[in-house]
Design a binder for this molecule. Structure first.
Ligand code: M6R
Length: 595
């Protein structure tokens, strides 16, 4: 899972490549590399670390270049495994996985090839070299026939200079048409500073780009990108993550703006699917990581508000299962980036079965928005920190509105819809009150920062929020954390509870409140420390818990939006105490573009 970029034209390639890689860093940031050709001279740089620390230097290096930002799949993080991978003058950047690379490597080694890296990508350069007969695109075409797996690749060589050859199978690649040449990249965010005219390559397509022409196997439509790269800065915040958590109240307002009617919602992206949604007898909610936890919350919301059969699915699992799928069902893909490969693969499968596919997406113009038949934008603005926070709040808000939409098509009565809508309008103020007083959460997080294990519990709507709280904590603090429904503790996890394993209990005054109190008592009886999320003024929780974080009251179905906020802050402040690399935690990437 990586970002690739290339430029060929009248301008110096190097600064364009560096700028593009900075935009693609969300796809991987463990190492990067750049190769620029200049009349048979090759400039090659490969480095462990982050492209964001690289300056774009204006010195002349040449007019043809490719670059890569890596998230290691095959081969550890080190300079020799960074891309471009090279063999015999053929330079390759690759996003994807070559599944049969071991067999190919063995075969090539038998023929006398020497390998310099542990990557799967290097075999592509070797195969191209083997097939080369004076024409780069012919060699790439033949080499790709021998490969099993996924790829978005860009290849250059001084042996056939003046062109970049690109190809795609299951990993995205687009071509930007500039006034001065061509730029290629894994996604449009890397090209939009130079052009709005793009061509999206389809699977099994190849293209040859020259300064003033391009050839693709079949005629393609040029699309115009109608959005800008929103430039973002941390402002006065130490980390993007804190800035993004602080935007969580604003995100609620932005998601609902212009979409709430008196007793219904108006979601333009669902208009054309209205009739099919009315007839749908089941909704699949598909996501990964935090997106999956939003989907899981959506499952509870849809069952409760819309009275429809709903089931959350992990993007990485559903495609391998024999779940019964048909055209009377709908699938809602929940994703911040809209580029998560596991989701996109499941989307393909759902379409094959005739399921109506919709998206709840943040990034405008992403693959998910193009591949689905409709959907709703979360409108959170750009999320930079790898740990997803405000996007989750946006997803919960949109899923609540979709539940109202589906409910009004079914048995949700006007009064109930009005009640939820009214409270949705008030919710950002309540979220603000939590965000405005986070010193207590910071203090509690510091107090518990030396613990190595945490348990998160919640029931019903707040069970997925327990999962989200645990994921956020492990992701940025590298501390072990798990989430379970409160009622499941007694079926096993209680064995782990003692004075060294604190429990974070999400316990607002909802329909499972009393049950949660009992679960907290069970923890206390085993000497477990408890940090509770409870409603302002709750004396019962105060008596049981060691520390309490208070939140305002709201409707039961809206509690997840409020209970999430202290958990995001808790994870942030605990990671801060441990001095972790909060915005770019080790081993992760913002967008996971390999399956
Ligand atoms: O872009 P997506 O929402 O599809 O990403 C899905 C997950 O990779 C993502 O939510 C991941 O779990 C986050 N880093 C969690 O904070």
């Amino acid at each position: 899972m990586c970002g690739i970029i290339g430029y060929i034209g009248e301008k110096q390639a190097y600064p364009i490549i560096v700028n593009g890689l900075k935009k693609l860093e969300y796809r991987g940031y463990d190492s990067y590399g750049i190769c620029v050709l200049n009349n048979n001279n090759v400039f090659l740089k490969r480095k462990v670390g982050r492209i964001s620390e690289e300056n774009s230097e204006s010195e002349d290096k040449g007019f043809i270049g490719i670059g890569h930002s890596r998230w290691a799949t095959t081969g550890s993080v080190c300079e020799k495994n960074a891309h471009p991978q090279e063999y015999n003058g053929f330079y390759v950047v690759h996003n994807g996985i070559i599944e049969n690379y071991k067999d190919l490597k063995e075969e090539l080694t038998g023929k006398g090839h020497q390998f310099n890296s542990d990557t799967d990508t290097e075999v592509i350069a070797h195969l191209i070299s083997d097939e080369f007969n004076g024409n780069l695109e012919d060699a790439v075409r033949k080499a790709l026939k021998r490969i099993v797996g996924s790829y978005g690749i860009a290849v250059v060589s001084p042996k056939d200079e003046g062109k970049i050859v690109i190809a795609k199978l299951s990993s995205p690649i687009i071509i930007g048409i500039c006034a001065d040449g061509h730029i290629i990249a894994s996604d449009s965010s890397a090209v939009i500073d130079y052009t709005k005219q793009i061509i999206t390559l389809d699977d099994n397509e190849m293209a040859v780009l020259r300064k003033d022409s391009y050839i693709i196997s079949k005629e393609k439509k040029i699309e115009t990108i109608d959005w800008e790269n929103d430039s973002v800065s941390k402002g006065d915040y130490e980390h993007f993550m804190l800035k993004e958590i602080m935007e969580e109240s604003k995100v609620i307002d932005s998601a609902i703006q212009g979409r709430l009617l008196e007793d219904d919602v108006k979601l333009g992206g669902l208009e054309t699917s209205k009739e099919r949604l009315k007839k749908a007898n089941k909704i699949h909610l598909v996501g990964c990581g935090t997106g999956y936890y939003a989907a899981k919350t959506g499952e509870y919301l849809m069952e409760e508000i819309a009275g429809i059969d709903a089931e959350a699915q992990m993007g990485s699992e559903i495609r391998y299962r024999n779940v019964r799928l048909d055209s009377n069902q709908a699938a809602i893909f929940v994703s911040q980036s809209g580029e998560t490969a596991d989701n996109l693969a499941s989307l393909k499968k759902m379409k094959e079965f005739g399921v109506l596919t919709l998206g709840v997406t943040n990034v405008i113009g992403s693959t998910q928005t193009k591949e689905t038949e409709g959907g709703v934008y979360t409108r959170c603005g750009r999320e930079v920190a790898v740990a997803s926070t405000k996007a989750f709040i946006g997803q919960l808000t949109v899923l609540t509105m979709i539940s109202i939409f589906l409910g009004r098509q079914r048995n949700l009565n006007s009064e109930k819809a009005k009640e939820i809508i009214l409270e949705l309008k008030n919710l950002s103020k309540k979220a603000d009150s939590i965000l405005g007083d986070c010193s207590k959460i910071e203090e509690i997080a510091k107090k518990y920062s030396q613990y190595k294990d945490f348990w998160f519990i919640g029931r019903k709507f707040n069970y997925p929020i327990a999962l989200e709280g645990a994921l956020k904590l492990k992701e940025i603090s590298y501390v072990h954390a798990e989430g379970t429904p409160g009622g499941e503790l007694k079926h096993g996890p209680l064995a782990l509870i003692d004075e060294n394993c604190p429990t974070i209990a999400i316990c607002p005054q909802d329909s499972v409140y009393d049950k949660m109190l009992s679960n907290m008592e069970e923890v206390k009886a085993r000497n477990g420390k408890i940090i509770a999320i409870a409603n302002i003024g709750d004396e019962k929780v105060k008596e049981i818990a060691d520390d309490v974080i208070y939140i305002p009251k709201t409707l039961e179905c809206l509690f997840p939006i409020l209970t999430t906020i202290p958990l995001h802050l808790f994870a942030y402040y605990l990671a801060l105490s441990l001095n972790r690399d909060i915005d770019k935690p080790r081993n992760l990437a913002k967008s996971v573009t390999v399956e």
